[in-house]
Design a protein. Structure first.
Ligand code: HAM
Length: 421
């Protein structure tokens, strides 16, 4: 037997309905906020991620699926979406369009990570980016769009945490200070942090190893190194969110795992999954597009981990997404098949989900099959019914049935389905 690749998943029905419902809601809410979908390649030149996400990050240094193509060019399965958006912005001259440009995307990302609950090697993200907007209003907008989406899914307990990384110049000063504070304890840091010391010292701040956590707990927060301008920016974001009654919590050790961020960074954590399982991450990246060879396009955005989001979906949303009005149509005898097919077509167009019996089961076996599928209603069309132009509509939950003219079936069935669930 051939098995799926480690870290990938089969999303089976009916679970796949949850995914479709989440994605449909995301596209509805984000397009409402003016974010139009961009569809990007899953493979990109490796250099794109090295130069954007950063060489010293875990993603680039150990998690990318990188391979040479047949001509020896180094390609990478995208580990995230922002770099591709920035590349597409430059390559397609999107700076010529009215600014800011609002884009959203969804689809699979790939990271070679250690498998655990909520951590996969192929996972899906839903993200939005606003490109060409420097002021705090853009940060407020993306977080408000995120919050609206989460509330629409029925979440009320998710926590948005926020930090200020300052500008890259502030960060250099901060890192020098951090190293000075940690130097006396350097040999007590974990092996990963020993490597981070030179490669990516900021990441020491969000190491999950308890020993490292304790050591960094007493260091000066990164936000304190921020310039006055960066402080004003993030304070305005905080104030704006407060006036919208969007609860945010300050997270002084939050640094994020990608190098392109500056000023505002934020994450969403679920009390259900714990602080270490982040459902959404984002922030401002004003220099990314210029660093990739474009002009200066200050930008901000986020990406939600869809696998994790689906795992903690509120029951109200789950139930609505999973419970679809379902009908079984049971033609009894060959002669009833054309009339049954016509009826199926009309039911589908009226919004029902129909399962048609096509294997020649007897009426009794057909009804058993329909109940097993979870259909609420069965429509029975036999030769006798055909001759008189009627059909039998049977409520499978109550066990009652009614004979009616075929033309009345669609209305009767949809009526019954709408009152269910
Ligand atoms: P990120 O924090 O690396 O940010 O990923 C965003 C979200 O993707 C995470 O919060 C998490 O929910 C999900 N995720 C990441 N890795 C995995 C995994 N191995 N398995 C399951 N879910 C995962 C970014 O990717 C940035 N591009 C976000 C962004 C957009 N910043 C600005 N714009």
């Amino acid at each position: 037997m051939i098995r799926k690749v480690k870290g990938t998943r089969d999303i089976l029905p009916p679970e796949s309905r949850l995914w479709n419902a989440v994605e449909g809601t995301a596209l509805r809410i984000f397009s409402g906020f003016g974010y139009d979908e961009i569809r990007l390649p899953l493979i990109e030149p490796t250099e794109l991620f090295v130069r954007s996400v950063g060489e010293g990050t875990d993603i680039v240094s150990k998690e990318m699926y990188t391979f040479p193509d047949r001509k020896g060019r180094s390609l990478t399965l995208r580990p995230e979406g922002t770099a591709g958006v920035a590349r597409a912005f430059i390559e397609n001259g999107l700076g010529q369009r009215p600014q800011p440009l609002r884009l959203c995307y969804l689809g699979p990302m790939f990271r070679y990570e250690k498998m655990q609950r909520g951590r996969y090697r192929q996972f899906a993200q839903i993200g939005i980016e606003i490109l060409g907007a420097a002021g705090p209003a853009a940060d407020i907008e993306v977080i408000a769009a995120l919050h609206t989406f989460l509330v629409e899914l029925g979440f009320h307990d998710l926590v948005i945490v926020l930090n200020n990384l300052g500008d890259p110049e502030d960060r250099e000063r901060f890192i020098a200070g951090l190293k000075a504070e940690l130097r006396p304890h350097r040999d007590r840091l974990c092996a990963d942090c020993q490597r981070r010391w030179d490669a990516n010292p900021l990441r020491i701040l969000d190491c999950k190893v308890p020993g490292c956590r304790k050591l960094v707990a007493d260091t000066t927060p990164v936000a304190e190194a921020a310039s006055d301008e960066a402080r004003r920016h993030v304070t305005a974001v905080e104030t704006g969110l407060a006036s919208l009654e969007i609860p945010v919590r300050w997270a002084p050790r939050l640094v994020r795992g990608l190098d392109y961020y500056l000023r505002t960074v934020f994450e969403v954590v679920s009390p259900q999954l714990g602080e270490d399982t982040v459902i959404c991450g984002g922030g401002r990246y004003d220099r990314l597009i210029a660093d990739l060879g474009g002009s200066s396009v200050p930008s901000v955005g986020f990406a939600i981990g869809e696998d994790r989001l689906v795992e903690v979906l509120p029951t109200s949303f789950r139930d609505r997404a999973l419970c679809r009005p379902e009908v079984a149509v049971l033609p009894v005898g060959e002669a009833a098949v054309p009339a049954a097919t016509r009826l199926v077509r009309d039911l589908v167009l009226a919004g029902a989900t129909v399962h048609t019996e096509v294997t020649g089961r007897s009426l009794k076996a057909g009804l058993k099959w329909a109940s097993k599928l979870g259909a609420a209603v069965a429509v029975i069309l036999g030769e006798e019914e055909l001759a008189t132009g009627v059909a039998v509509v049977r409520d499978l939950t109550r066990g009652e049935q009614e004979t009616m003219p075929v033309e009345s079936v669609v209305a009767a069935v949809t009526d019954r389905l709408c009152t269910r669930g």
